[in-house]
Each structure stands twice: as C-alpha cells, then as structure tokens.
Design a protein around this ligand. Structure first.
Ligand SMILES: NC(=O)c1ccc[n+]([C@@H]2O[C@H](COP(=O)([O-])OP(=O)(O)OC[C@H]3O[C@@H](n4cnc5c(N)ncnc54)[C@H](OP(=O)(O)O)[C@@H]3O)[C@@H](O)[C@H]2O)c1
Length: 245
C-alpha cells in the first residue's frame, strides 16, 4: 500500500493519543520517518525523563527526539483532553487506544465489562470530538481498533464491542466533519510483547500471511490512512488474512 504520489508529512504535525505503546511508538516513528512532527500523549507512570529512556531501551529502535515530543494526558478526563486540544496546533490525529482482555460476557462482572468498553470507546471519542474541531481540509483522524470488532476473540468481548462502537463513530464523523478524513485501522494479532518463537510460529501458521503482525505493520497502515487524500469513512484491516480463516 502506498500513499498518493507526492504526499508527504513534511511540516505536518501529528498528535498520537495513548501513544506510549509499541503500536503508538511505531506509528510515531513512521510519521517522523516521513518528515512529520509527532506529539505523543498518554499516561506515563514514570517521570517523562525516565519514561523516555525506559521505553527507548525496551522498544525496537530509538526515537528521533528532534521530531517526536511527548506530553502527559489522561485520556479518560474529557476536560483535560479538551484543554489539550484547545491549546495545540496540529494537522492529523491518531487515536492509538489500548486493548485489554477481560473475559467472556457471562463470566465477567458488569462493572468490569462496562469499564473496559468505556475505556476503549470514550478515550478515543473525547480525543476525536475535541480534536476534530481544530482540523480542516487536508487533515485526518485515524482510530486504531481491531478485528475483535468483527469476529469474537476469546477474552476480548468488551474490547471488541468498544472497537465496534469506535468504527461506527468513525463513519458518522467522516460524514459530519468532512473534508476532514476519518478512518479506522484494524489490526489482527500483533506481537506487542515479544512472544516466544514457538508461540509466534503457532500464531503465524494459523494465518494466510504465515506471519504474526508487528507494530510496524500497523504503523504503515496508519500512515496510508493519514496520507491518502481519497480515503475516508473506511476500516482498513491489517490482519494477515485472519478474518478469512
Ligand atoms: N496488541 C494487539 O495484539 C492488538 C491487536 C489488535 C488491535 N490492537 C489495537 O492497537 C492499539 C494499541 O494496542 P496496544 O496493545 O499497543 O495498546 P496498550 O498497550 O493496551 O495501550 C496503549 C497505551 O494506552 C495507554 N493508556 C491506557 N489507558 C489510558 C488512559 N486512560 N489515559 C492515557 N493513556 C492510556 C496505555 O498506558 P498504560 O500502559 O499506562 O495502561 C498504553 O501506553 C489499540 O487500539 C488496540 O485495540 C492491538
């Protein structure tokens, strides 16, 4: 997949919310590699200095600090999210989100189930709602969701329901806020924790692509959604063919 000829992110500023994860960081790197400037927001549990060095050590590759900046933002706090966007200049928004397993529908208590759905949906909703108001023609919003929205995965019911809600939100926003483009990137199985080789092989064998997804695969797809001027209102899957088997 390639972005439209001639489109680059030179001099464009991209906010990546909930971006302190392997997927978020890979996305930040991909944007910086395209000449863009990135502002990662999220919830570091260490001081920013510690977080920078810790994450750089543990994630693959280092961050280009001349192009990638970071800011603490609790994305469940709507007032804080609104205040952040009121004072931030940017051209594109990527809502990286997060995913946590819970349990099956009947075996999980309602409060836990509700909390996961809330976490998956409202954090990206707040960012998109208050972020999109600052955007215009040539800009974009990209949600990262997941194939759990389309096919049940063991332990991921609440996350899947939250992701499905986000994909529906994406379609409404694409219509309401055009010409700002709004899309969702839907990964399948991604190795974000460095799985053991035998586990990776088992997962890979089950997929038509014969490999497990890497954070960089998701980042490439986000880049396409950000750069392609004719892509809006759609879910772009990057799942190695997972939904076909
Ligand atoms: N990993 C996969 O296999 C996979 C598969 C399909 C789709 N995806 C999608 O890819 C995206 C990224 O997944 P991931 O596994 O890399 O994410 P993740 O590790 O679960 O979380 C991403 C980041 O979000 C932060 N976060 C969580 N709650 C927050 C809050 N209230 N305020 C601010 N930051 C908060 C997390 O911080 P903390 O560490 O402090 O919680 C973490 O830094 C998600 O949208 C997920 O649905 C992932």
């Amino acid at each position: 997949m390639h972005a439209a000829v001639g489109t680059t992110l030179t001099d464009e500023r991209v906010v990546v919310t909930d971006g302190y994860s392997s997927v978020g960081l890979a996305t930040a790197r991909a944007i910086a590699d395209q000449g863009g400037e990135v502002l990662i927001t999220g919830r570091p549990d260490e001081s920013p200095e510690e977080l920078s060095s810790t994450r750089e050590d543990t994630e693959s590759g280092s961050l280009d600090r001349t192009r990638i900046d970071e800011q603490t933002l609790e994305s469940t706090d709507e007032a804080a999210v609104k205040a952040f966007f009121d004072e931030t200049e940017f051209d594109h928004l990527v809502c990286a989100g997060s995913a946590r397993p819970t349990g099956g529908v009947t075996e999980t208590d309602t409060e836990t189930f509700r909390a996961i759905i809330d976490s998956v949906f409202w954090r990206s909703y707040y960012a998109a709602k208050h972020g999109v108001e600052r955007l215009g023609k040539g800009s974009s919003v990209t949600f990262i969701t997941g194939t759990t929205a389309e096919r049940p995965a063991v332990q991921f019911a609440a996350t899947g329901i939250g992701n499905a809600a986000l994909e529906t939100l994406m379609k409404y926003l694409a219509v309401e806020t055009g010409p700002v483009r709004v899309n969702a990137v839907s990964p399948g199985r991604v190795d974000t924790i460095g799985l053991a080789d035998d586990t990776r092989q088992t997962v890979a064998r089950a997929l038509p692509a014969d490999r497990i997804g890497e954070p960089e695969d998701v980042a490439d797809t986000v880049l396409f959604a950000v750069l392609n001027p004719h892509t809006t209102g759609t879910v772009i899957r990057v799942d190695g063919g997972d939904l076909l088997v």
